[in-house]
Ligand binder design. Structure first.
Ligand SMILES: Cc1ncc(COP(=O)(O)O)c(C=O)c1O
Length: 384
């Protein structure tokens, strides 16, 4: 029956991150720096809100866009934190994680042959959906621009077919964010053109040096903002995301969401409400811990001679593989795990523009960071 499978689906592959993690998962004494989710439990009061929701039989379908209290809390959250103004009634949809928000946004705005500009390296969650729509991903190689996806980099790739620019900041895998002036410049240029901005801001609560700025502040009419609780509140398994956009866009996206999932999980919505009200600053304690780890890992990696950009946000270092290795990123990661039992994600999992790098996640304990980095250091020394 294989010949009956949809051709576009047949042509996409499972994420390189998963592929690599699955390959190395069963090794003894493995230290894994491949993790793409917080290593903290969901805050206790948030878990309790979920339990209470079950006990009170809050287990039915909700409004397609999500319960109104949660939509209000989500709009209040982005107003307080990022100065964004959205109406809870018509400009926000509660989704099943940021992943569903990305999917329904693309499925609403893309047509066959439409071009979507993305930075490379990039999180692998966008390209397959773009391809399934018959649209065309156009990557901009930002390796030579310290991973900055600025207007200057983007401009040469804009054509009359461009309908969307993906702006994922802070970035997975590089940790790089864009400054307010860079975002303003981009917004001014795009304003009035037939181009959407898909701003994936799932790591917005995890910025270390500057508070997060959303491009929607300067270009609300053309922007779809994706956010959620997976990273800020360590709620990856609860599957709660948010999509914010003007009503003339959300009214169409809501149809796709409705026929896709009806609504987000009712119990998780109650937990999310607790997270965005009582727990509005829950990310702070985790962020303080990540900040300590970031400083430690930066110091260790640079003293070993690795070329790295210190991440502005998220919990990843995207590290250049030394030329002396003469290995592509997949073979480097295999070589590293076989010699040291330390797993990192090959850069090629983040598009072909991640080649030459590996991603090291610091969403793991200080003890494991220390042990793993000691092993890497020994390996590097043996190589010299
Ligand atoms: C940039 C980016 N966007 C979206 C997601 C998916 O988030 P969620 O788990 O809320 O679907 C991830 C997960 O790693 C991510 O890194």
């Amino acid at each position: 029956m294989d010949h009956l499978i949809n051709k576009r689906v047949k042509n996409i592959e499972i994420s390189g991150i998963r592929k690599f993690s699955n390959m190395v998962a069963n090794r003894d004494d493995l230290i894994s720096f491949t993790i793409g989710q917080p290593d903290f439990p969901t805050p206790e009061h948030v878990k309790k809100a979920g339990i209470t929701a079950i006990e009170q039989d809050f287990t039915s379908y909700t409004h397609n866009a999500g319960i109104i209290e949660l939509r209000k809390a989500a709009c209040d959250f982005v107003k307080k934190k990022y100065h964004l103004n959205y109406s809870p009634d018509s400009e926000v949809i509660v989704t099943m994680g940021a992943s569903e928000a990305i999917d329904i946004a693309f499925r609403t705005i893309l047509n066959e042959g439409t071009e979507v500009i993305l930075p490379g390296p990039i999180y692998p969650g966008y390209e397959p959906i773009i391809r399934m729509m018959g649209a065309v991903p156009v990557h901009v190689d930002i390796r030579k621009n310290h991973f900055r996806f600025t207007l200057e980099m983007i401009k040469p790739f804009i054509t009359e077919k461009t309908r969307c620019i993906v702006l994922p900041y802070p970035s997975n895998p590089t940790g790089v964010s864009l400054s307010e002036s860079e975002l303003r410049e981009l917004a001014d240029y795009i304003k009035g053109k037939d181009i959407f901005i898909l701003a994936d801001e799932i790591y917005s609560e995890l910025t270390y040096d500057q508070p997060h700025t959303s491009i929607a502040r300067f270009l609300k009419e053309q922007t779809i903002v994706i956010n959620g609780l997976s990273k800020s509140h360590s709620m990856t398994g609860w599957r709660i995301g948010f999509l914010f956009a003007p009503e003339n866009i959300t009214k169409h996206i809501l149809k796709v969401h409705q026929y896709n999932v009806s609504c987000a999980n009712s119990i998780a919505q109650k937990a999310a409400l607790e997270a965005l009200t009582t727990g509005i600053d829950d990310a702070q304690a985790m962020k303080n811990e990540y900040a300590k780890r970031r400083a430690y890992v930066y110091e260790r990696l640079t003293s070993m001679g690795f070329e790295v950009v210190n991440p502005d946000g998220a919990f990843y270092f995207f590290v250049k593989i030394p030329d002396s290795y003469n290995l592509n990123s997949f073979d480097f990661a295999i070589n590293l795990v076989e010699n040291t039992n330390v797993a990192v994600v090959p850069g090629s999992a983040f598009s072909e523009y991640g080649e030459g790098y590996f991603r090291l996640s610091f969403a793991c304990s200080m003890d494991n960071l220390g042990l793993g980095l000691n092993r890497i250091e020994k390996h590097i020394q043996n190589k010299k």
